[in-house]
Design a protein around this ligand. Structure first.
Ligand code: SF4
Length: 218
């Protein structure tokens, strides 16, 4: 196969086995990161199918996907000028991400991940690690990825002292009010207010809001 003819601007030097690797992909899109440290930055999102948890307030449908090769993925990504690629899900760490990451890096992309932290991330795989732990819901599921760039806690009323140890491994600490579609407007409003109060009382945490939802974009 002539690498130069492949979609995605193949520059040569790609490992053919990496290009042929297959992933369950729900969607790939270019949007503005709406939450956390990189809010406001144009990013390419790759949403993987499957998750090892089932949080009751999860607003992501990761149950249906297309099996795509890395070549397929690169072909879509080539349409977008954004440099940042965010691997999200579902739980992206359920999949061996090395082949995809290797090919993305060869195209100058910076790789970020949004993970629930229940699977350890190999050293050097990811440029920006954002862990959003769900042990407030699943105390029996240990957080194995205990260091990274960004800890993003979804607030549903839990005691923040739950994160006293975990937060030591992260540079930036965000707390984000859960928007729970199955709950009433009043419940969500109260939870937003409680999160605001919590950040005022605990200024080492920064407020993260899902601004993309206000804009009505993905
Ligand atoms: S870990 Fe994330 S993707 Fe998985 S069920 Fe919970 S909220 Fe949804």
């Amino acid at each position: 196969m002539d690498n130069c003819t492949l979609a995605g601007g193949i520059v040569g030097g790609d490992n053919p086995a990496h290009l042929a690797a297959v992933y369950p992909v729900v969607e790939i899109f270019n949007s503005i990161q709406g939450e956390g440290y990189h809010a406001g930055i144009s990013s390419i999102f790759i949403r993987f199918g499957q998750c090892n948890l089932a949080c009751e307030w999860c607003d992501t449908d990761f149950s249906k996907w297309d099996d795509m090769t890395v070549i397929d993925i690169l072909g879509i990504i080539a349409k977008f000028p954004a440099k940042n690629v965010i691997l999200t899900g579902g739980e992206p760490m359920l999949h061996d991400l090395w082949p995809l990451v290797d090919c993305l890096r060869k195209r100058g992309k910076k790789i970020a991940i949004e993970s629930n932290g229940s699977i350890e991330i190999p050293e050097g795989l990811i440029d920006w690690i954002c862990i959003s732990p769900k042990d407030q819901m699943y105390p029996q599921v240990p957080i194995k990825q205990r260091k990274g760039d960004e800890l993003k806690v979804v607030y549903v009323g839990q005691d923040l002292s739950l994160y006293d140890q975990l937060k030591q491994g992260f540079k930036h600490h965000f707390i984000q009010p859960c928007y729970f579609q199955n709950q009433s407007v009043e419940w969500n409003g109260r939870n937003f207010q409680a999160t605001e109060k919590l950040v005022k009382e605990n200024p080492q945490w920064r407020l993260s809001l899902q601004t993309h939802k206000w804009m009505g974009v993905d």
